[in-house]
Design a protein around this ligand. Structure first.
Ligand code: C2E
Ligand code: MG
Ligand code: MG
Length: 633
């Protein structure tokens, strides 16, 4: 029976018993009293009325008391039930898991969210101990701390890892409260928890995005910097060395331009995979952006070890990449910086590896270079030279020297090559090798080449006026300028302004300038050729040439680099290369021109193998224009 009715019956019962008792007692008492009175006043009737009135009054008072009591009790119970219903609804609909244990840590209640989060059914957990959910991630000391705080402060709050029914361990944010009765005895523990695994996952995803490159999944620059900093700190305390290798793919732009960025991205992913193959736990391979990667090795402080590591990485790229039905060859240049030899902190180590990379690129690519003290000094010197060079251009300190080019068959003057010099007020005549690279780096090269071009054209016109009608003037064009659309404009404008017949002008571009970006090169070479001038590939044999592409270029001449001429005729490999280049050039209808001829035997060998033109100290050094021998022309 419902409890409000039971208590109402109880009250009614007691009222009834009290009334009967009252009736009996008062009736008896009054009867006795009035029996005595009756004798005196014959008032039997009076005593009956009084008793009935008092009884009715008493009945009225008790009845109203009873009703009040029953009403209050009923209302309180009704409100209580409503509260309980509400609590149960909240308890069940909350997203947080709720678990209630009794004082002995026996589970007496769990809610729906608990079942959803843990995967356990109610029957599987009621009557059990919460230690059933332990993940094994926390030690005994951790649980001891939790219970101590619960006992002392009545509450504990924090992150705790538990295990789901399927065995997965996951983080919870949990609040445990102690419930005590009116005598302060513990009756229950109530734990409310939320599942943190989703939040943690997105936190991890965000952290991943911040620290990893999306394309290759390799660590990015920020993470690399972090690892380098940590690695150096450890290396310092453990007294060992570290190495940073900066890796840059050679001519990667060609792949993007020729086959599109989609394939370019696939190549980058494939490169990342190949470079990752020999990684040890002490190594971090990162992609810094574009086609630039870096490898940090926390336990490699020796020069020879670092060189071997670089070699291994380069070897990883030797095999072609088979992608989308094509075989793509990719090589890389590597700059190496060592800690503590070259740098004392992470930033410096990265910067120096970058300088070393620049050096590797300059010295022919598909190789590696170290950062050294000398390289630092060189970098500082380069800065000073750039400042001075700017002043030199303004103050007309540049000079053009000319080196004769000889027809090897006749010995006559076939043309001249214009070579720039810097007439330094203190240092005297500075050769171009000391300032052209600086000018290329600082952007001053455009001013220099434009000036040399104009000066050489003017000089050639003067020679025409002096009677030298045939014969070219060759002008060097920096690879940095090659590909710039404004170059044709300058050249056309200079030819117009100086009045030099275009056929007497020859522009020399280096092999690497053409091969760095063959498609742009091809277009530009065609536009330059359309102006009526001649084109020559300078320093041929030093760069990375695709003979197939060379065949399609509208160039008139190949200049064999002096490095191959130097070994002639004795060095077999130099002789073989020179012979091959001559055959190749002639088969493509090009003129062959050898640089750096110092001895008559070299000239003889070249002539025998049908090289038509030659230039070198053996004939003449580069000289000022007025020293060019025009006699006999
Ligand atoms: P290059 O265009 O290959 O010029 C030939 C270089 O070889 C010249 O050095 C020349 O003096 C040197 N040479 C000629 N014959 C011999 C020889 O028999 N033996 C030896 N050992 N060397 C010989 P130079 O004048 O010092 O020029 C060096 C480089 O600087 C040039 O190489 C060219 O790449 C660059 N350069 C010179 N002038 C200019 C210019 O006006 N603009 C640009 N962009 N570069 C220039
Ligand atoms: Mg040249
Ligand atoms: Mg040359």
């Amino acid at each position: 029976m419902a409890s409000p009715y039971r208590s109402a019956l109880l009250v009614a019962g007691s009222y009834f018993s009290a009334s009967v008792l009252w009736w009996l007692l008062t009736g008896r008492l009054l009867n006795t009293l009035f029996d005595d009175f009756a004798a005196i006043a014959h008032g039997q009737m009076v005593s009956g009325y009084v008793w009935a009135a008092v009884s009715a009054l008493m009945l009225f008072v008790w009845r109203s008391r009873l009703l009040r009591l029953m009403g209050r009790e009923y209302r309180a119970r009704l409100a209580n039930r409503e509260r309980l219903n509400m609590a149960a609804a909240v308890f069940d609909s909350t997203l947080e898991g709720v678990l209630v244990t009794d004082a002995n840590n026996v589970i007496v209640h769990v809610n729906r969210a608990f079942i959803d989060i843990t995967g356990y059914g109610q029957d599987e957990v009621l009557g059990q101990n919460p230690s059933k959910f332990k993940s094994g991630r926390h030690d005994a000391a951790f649980y001891h701390r939790v219970y101590t705080q619960l006992n002392e402060q009545g509450q504990w709050r924090g992150e705790i890892w538990n295990r789901r029914k399927n065995g997965e361990i996951y983080p919870q944010w949990q609040t445990i409260r102690v419930v005590r009765d009116e005598f302060a005895r513990i009756t229950h523990y109530v734990a409310v928890f939320s599942d943190l695994s989703m939040a943690k996952r997105s936190e991890q995803e965000l952290a991943h995005r911040d620290h990893y490159d999306a394309l290759t999944e390799l660590p990015n620059r920020a993470l690399l910097q972090d690892r380098v900093e940590q690695g150096l700190r450890q290396a310092q305390s453990e007294k060992h060395g570290c190495t940073l290798l900066m890796i840059d793919l050679d001519y990667f732009q060609n792949i993007n331009d020729s086959y599109g960025h989609g394939l370019g991205d696939r190549v980058l992913r494939a490169v990342a995979q190949r470079l990752s193959v020999p990684l040890s736990p002490s190594q971090t391979l990162a992609r810094l952006g574009g086609d630039e990667f870096a490898l940090f090795d926390e336990h490699c402080g020796q020069l020879a070890e670092a060189a071997a590591l670089a070699r291994r990485l380069l070897d990883q790229l030797v095999e072609p990449f088979e992608l989308e039905g094509r075989s793509l060859f990719v090589s890389a240049s590597i700059g190496i910086s060592l800690f503590p030899n070259d740098a004392s902190d992470a930033e410096q180590l990265l910067r120096n590896a970058d300088s070393a990379l620049f050096k590797a690129k300059q010295s022919g690519r598909a190789g590696y270079a170290f950062y050294t003290e000398a390289l630092t000094a060189q970098a500082q010197q380069r800065l000073e030279i750039a400042t001075e060079l700017r002043r030199a251009i303004e103050q007309n300190e540049l000079r053009v020297f000319y080196q004769p080019v000889v027809n090897l068959l006749t010995g006559g003057l076939a043309g001249v090559e214009a070579l720039v010099r810097w007439q330094h007020p203190e240092r005297g005549l500075v050769p171009p090798g000391e300032f052209i690279p600086v000018a290329e780096h600082s952007g001053l090269i455009a001013d220099i080449d434009r000036w040399v071009l104009a000066e050489a054209c003017r000089q050639r016109v003067r020679w025409i006026e002096a009677g030298w009608r045939d014969g070219f003037v060759a002008v060097n064009l920096s690879s940095r300028l090659f590909g710039r659309p404004e170059v044709e404009c300058w050249v056309a404008q200079t030819l117009r302004e100086t009045g030099l017949p275009p056929a007497l002008l020859e522009l020399e571009v280096t092999e690497s300038a053409v091969m760095d970006d063959p498609d742009t090169a091809l277009e530009q070479l065609h536009r330059l050729r359309a102006l009526g001038l001649h084109l020559a590939i300078d320093d041929f044999g030093t760069g990375y040439s695709s003979l197939l592409r060379l065949k399609n270029l509208p160039v008139n001449k190949l200049k064999i680099d002096q490095g191959f001429v130097a070994g002639l005729p004795g060095d077999d490999s130099d002789a073989a290369i020179v012979r091959a280049v001559i055959v190749l050039a002639r088969s493509m209808g090009m003129t062959v021109h050898a640089e750096g001829i110092e001895h008559p035997e070299q000239a003889r060998f070249l002539l025998e193998h049908q090289c038509e033109l030659g230039q070198g100290y053996g004939f003449s050094r580069p000289v000022p224009a007025d020293q060019i021998e025009l006699k006999g022309i």
